[in-house]
Design a protein around this ligand. Structure first.
Ligand code: ASP
Length: 340
């Protein structure tokens, strides 16, 4: 009997457009993705593909229904099967893909195999779709290319997961990493930017048990209702806040009540992280007078992290590190390529 030395890839199917079918209410995720995929691959050049197996999740979701427990379930499955495969592909809806890819990067620190998260804007069942190419290319990267990172692959772009953002609702080039270069691009050839790709580490994996209500995202906007913000900051379940500020980290400092609320929250031990609502750039507290008091207040600069990375990182730390000083410290450290 011939033995195969082909790499083995495990595909996790969690839902998303890639596996959806039309229903009277609109697209819904459906089971049976593996047989559909094998049928589509029947006449393809299998030699170029790694061997693969597919696990279909019981809870198949439109990713706008994502719960933090789904992050734990994906990580658990990857950790459980880690030794048996050479690489992994996670099929996920695009709406919250950047959140999940970020969360996975913090749960799978010290990764030494590829974990490629992908999906599509058009389902695989449709005649014209981006699903097959996104999936086949992700499988090839996961099986044959040394990318020991959680990445998003989409429409020819290989992006670091915790630097990625969904930037288009309907375009097939739905993902980008506006604040960090692509790790690679795939056209006729695979071009990987080796100098940007992280070195293989020593796995220190942890499927985290998150506390859903621990972190709040707070976009700053003109005339925001201070009383409501104050209530949210005072809420017992709020342990951390991702403040999405203007430009290089500016806040409406003339709103004394708002600034007092922030100061009270940090005094109460809550972790406030300042990130920019701009797609590109960095938080530099103190550049303008409007952000000069933030260090004093105890608000921490989130540097150039994406909102998705900052949110999932703070969740991960609050769930695993009890000392808040340590949480603050580690929020400012680059744990797995999420910030410079
Ligand atoms: N609503 C879908 C989802 O996130 C969108 C997609 O997958 O493209 O599951």
């Amino acid at each position: 009997m011939q033995t195969t030395s082909k790499p083995r890839v495990l595909i996790l199917y969690t839902g998303g457009t890639i596996g959806m079918r039309p229903s009277p209410e609109g697209y819904i995720p459906v089971a049976g993705f593996e047989s559909l995929l094998r049928q589509k691959l029947e006449n393809s050049a299998h030699d170029a593909l790694p061997e693969f197996e597919l696990i279909e999740f019981d809870r198949l979701i439109d990713s706008s229904n994502l719960m933090l427990s789904d992050w734990s379930a994906i990580a658990e499955s990857l950790i459980q099967h880690y030794d048996q495969y050479d690489g992994f592909v996670v099929l996920h809806g695009t709406d919250t893909m950047a959140y999940s890819a970020s969360a996975l990067s913090f749960q799978l620190q010290g990764l030494n195999k590829p974990v490629i998260v992908t999906g599509s804007q058009i389902p695989l069942v449709e005649l014209r779709n981006d699903a097959l190419d996104n999936l086949i290319t992700s499988m090839i990267i996961a099986g044959f290319h040394p990318v020991p990172e959680v990445c998003i692959y989409f429409n020819g772009r290989l992006l670091r997961g915790n630097r990625s953002r969904k930037v288009k609702a309907t375009g097939l080039d739905a993902f980008n990493s506006p604040n960090f270069p692509w790790l690679g691009q795939v056209g006729i050839h695979f071009e990987l930017h080796k100098s940007l790709i992280r070195n293989a580490g020593n796995p220190e994996f942890q499927a985290i048990n998150y506390r859903d209500e621990a972190v709040v995202m707070l976009p700053i906007y003109p005339g925001m209702p201070t009383t409501l913000v104050d209530q949210m900051l005072r809420a017992e379940q709020t342990a951390g806040v991702i403040v999405q500020s203007y430009g290089v980290g500016n806040l409406p400092d003339s709103n004394r009540a708002l600034m007092k609320s922030f100061a009270r929250a940090t005094e109460a031990g809550k972790v406030l992280i300042n990130i920019s609502s701009c797609l590109q750039g960095d938080v530099l507290q103190g550049t303008y007078a409007t952000s000069s008091a933030l260090d004093e207040i105890g608000m921490i600069s989130g540097g150039n992290m994406t909102p998705e990375a900052a949110f999932s990182k703070l969740h991960s730390l609050l769930a695993t590190v009890s000392d808040r000083t340590q949480v603050r410290l580690r929020m400012q450290q680059n744990l797995c390529g999420e910030m410079d």
